[in-house]
Design a protein around this ligand. Structure first.
Ligand code: ZN
Length: 328
């Protein structure tokens, strides 16, 4: 990454507005949109679903549009005999779950729910889950890790302003350090994106690259440039996308590694709007005045503080000085 851009990124972080009022729930007299949020497994402690689930639930419910029921599934090797969600009770499912497999009957019910018109919201590492479940990979369009390679599909990214697929062999899924990065709108007329700026600075997060998959019925709404100087691909990688599976609508964001990333007003706004679109096909929410600009991040301290570690150690920050500590 050329030095000026790096400087801009950290400058953006440093001049970020520190405190932003929570959005007041909008007055809502009708019935709420029913969402089920599935958690219960992740690829490692770095994806702490016990911390991120309450954040996602709060961000969705504070719109006044949704009620979120958390369904904690067993880990893939666990006992599923008592995990019998009735997906039909909900209008959309939010996936904050990353495991390798599910029992066949649960997979079939999930497929039936989405193909018959249920909404699906995929957040960050939920696109690492289920590498060997073809229908799930069709729903998410692209995914990474868990031994995905070219056998699982080509890589998808933007080149010269267009979505391209790249069949080159290799692993699927990578990211560099968690730096702020700019997200670029690619489908400004889509209901989720309407009124958002052409570009906005995302709070420090993992920028996923080399994701692979069938990419069927997929529209990329926003990309971000994966910088080679941050171990990136040099491509404009998909960050936010929508897909169709049967009659179901899917909103997929690769953003949201941790509570800090989830505190970005850009993440929150796209999640809230994406969830409404997945559940109803429409977006009625306004873009908040605190939305980040092309060069300045904007995040919510009340959300960030839901991770006790954040206040103790904001991430990322420039490397500490190398002055040795005084000898005792
Ligand atoms: Zn992550």
């Amino acid at each position: 990454m050329p030095k000026p851009l790096l400087a801009t990124l950290f400058a953006a972080l440093l001049i970020a507005p520190i405190a932003l009022a929570a959005q007041a729930p909008s007055a809502h007299s009708g019935s709420l949109i029913r969402l089920a949020l599935i958690d219960g497994q992740s690829g490692g402690t770095y994806h702490n679903w016990r911390l991120t689930t309450p954040v996602l639930k709060k961000e969705l419910e504070e719109t006044g549009l949704f009620s979120v029921t958390v369904l904690t599934a067993p880990a893939s090797d666990g006992d599923f005999s008592t995990f019998k969600p009735n997906f039909a009770d909900y209008q959309a499912i939010v996936m904050n779950y990353d495991g390798p497999d599910w029992p066949a009957d649960l997979r079939a019910q999930f497929e039936q729910f989405v193909s018959s018109g249920g909404g699906l919201i995929i957040v960050h590492a939920a696109d690492n889950a289920f590498p060997n479940w073809p229908a799930y990979n069709e729903m998410i369009g692209i995914g990474g890790w868990r031994n995905r390679t070219e056998k699982d599909g080509p890589m998808w990214y933007f080149e010269d302003g267009k979505l391209v697929s790249d069949p080159a062999p290799g692993h699927a899924g990578m990211h560099g350090n968690r730096w702020p990065f700019q997200v670029v709108t690619r489908a400004p007329e889509h209901p989720i994106m309407k009124g958002l700026p052409a570009a906005w600075m995302h709070f420090p997060d993992e920028l996923y690259g080399t994701l692979r998959g069938p990419g069927k019925n997929m529209t990329v709404l926003a990309t971000a440039h994966s910088e080679p100087t941050n171990r990136g691909t040099g491509h404009d990688e998909p960050m936010v996308m929508v897909l169709h599976y049967g009659k179901g609508r899917i909103f997929h964001t690769t953003l949201g590694h941790d509570v800090a990333a989830l505190s970005c007003v850009g993440f929150i706004t796209t999640l809230q709007r994406g969830a409404e679109w997945a559940a109803t096909g429409k977006v009625t929410q306004k873009v908040p005045a605190t939305f980040p600009t092309a060069n300045t991040v904007s995040y919510r301290v009340d959300i960030a503080a839901m991770d006790p570690a954040f206040m103790a150690s904001p991430t990322p920050r420039p490397a500490p000085s190398t002055t040795p500590a005084p000898a005792k």
